[in-house]
Write a protein that binds this ligand. Structure first.
Ligand code: NCD
Length: 318
């Protein structure tokens, strides 16, 4: 078995061959998604519930489309209007849903570790769609697929991750994945937005864009996560753009064939100049969205295979 997990909670627990297994399967789904008839049946008969305790546009839509294309019955729980508001705990909500026999539970939650906790309480496959500042594994996998397709490989690349590293689960999952696949990772941002102890991750840290971007193959920009800030992390957005916003002059320090990425949603004019984001010769931001659906199809397909195998075993031993 090429993918040995019952849940997809983070990149941290994945081995390089498991990462490759997800990406290779996702390639086949890229082709399916570009065809006119987009239906597979890998999830036929299964129920997928999306529980988003934080706002999301692209990630929720992407998981929903991925499930529908593979034949799952997909339900979106609106957690804004849910019993959480009436004081129910996360675990009680999970146990209630669990009693309805879902097969795949896709969860986004503002607290780091909440999705792991939930996975211990239910008997279906859980996918982490982002937990606090901790992990966002499908984002790192879709970024990896985008890089592999644009650069022809996913090793020995020099990748700069820029901006609000401290609040970013996208950065954390990407640092882990790119490291496992033997790439060089540089982090660029103001010291106030660098997490403590980050050097332990085997990355190089810069607070100057010109120096940090020198010769890199990939420039990954991050959104300034204002909703996770509780004070003065940056002097002003204008000043931030001046020093850390990606524009043509700063990008000129990267390799001439370097690609530009952003997980979205973008703050144009804050962390990235709109012209760069829209430059089809450099920006792969729309490719990231396309790869997102394929990667989520692959992840749910692999988890469903393991789920079916485990249930079969259980029945045989019953
Ligand atoms: C990211 C997230 O939610 O962590 N967005 C996403 O999944 N597309 C990044 C962000 O919110 O800035």
């Amino acid at each position: 078995m090429s993918f040995r997990h019952n849940h997809l909670l983070g990149i941290e627990s994945l081995a390089p061959d498991e990462i490759r297994a997800v990406l290779d399967l996702a390639e086949t789904y890229v082709d399916l998604n570009r065809a006119e008839a987009k239906h597979g049946d890998a999830l036929a008969g299964l129920t997928q519930i999306n529980m988003f305790f934080e706002n999301s546009t692209r990630t929720q839509a992407s998981f929903e489309i991925a499930g529908l294309r593979l034949g799952a019955d997909v339900m979106n729980m609106s957690m804004q209007a849910s019993s959480i508001k009436k004081g129910e705990t996360l675990i009680d909500t999970a146990l209630t849903l669990n009693a309805m026999h879902p097969d795949l539970l896709v969860v986004r939650h503002p607290h780091s570790g909440a999705v792991n906790l939930l996975a211990e309480k239910v008997n279906c496959a859980v996918l982490n769609a982002g937990d606090g500042r901790h992990e966002h594994p499908t984002q790192a996998l879709l970024d990896a697929l985008t890089i592999r397709r644009a650069k022809g490989r996913l090793h020995r690349l020099s990748v700069a991750i820029c901006g609000d590293i401290a609040h970013s689960r996208v950065a954390r999952s990407n640092i882990l994945l790119l490291g496992k696949m033997e790439n060089r990772v540089r982090l660029i941002g103001p010291p106030t937005l660098m997490p403590a102890g980050i050097a332990e991750f085997g990355v190089e840290v810069f607070d100057d864009m010109a120096k940090g971007l020198e010769g890199v193959d990939v420039v990954m920009m991050l959104r300034l996560q204002k909703e996770r800030m509780d004070g003065g992390f940056i002097p002003s957005e204008r000043e931030y753009f001046h020093r850390f916003g990606l524009d043509a002059a700063k990008l000129a320090h990267a390799r001439s064939d370097a690609i530009v990425m952003h997980p979205g949603p973008m703050n144009r004019g804050v962390e990235i100049d709109g012209t760069i984001a829209d430059d089809i010769n450099r920006s792969v931001i729309q490719d990231q969205v396309e790869m997102g659906v394929a990667v989520r199809m692959a992840a749910m397909d692999l988890l469903a295979r393991n789920l079916r195998a485990a249930r079969k075993k259980e029945r045989e031993h019953a």
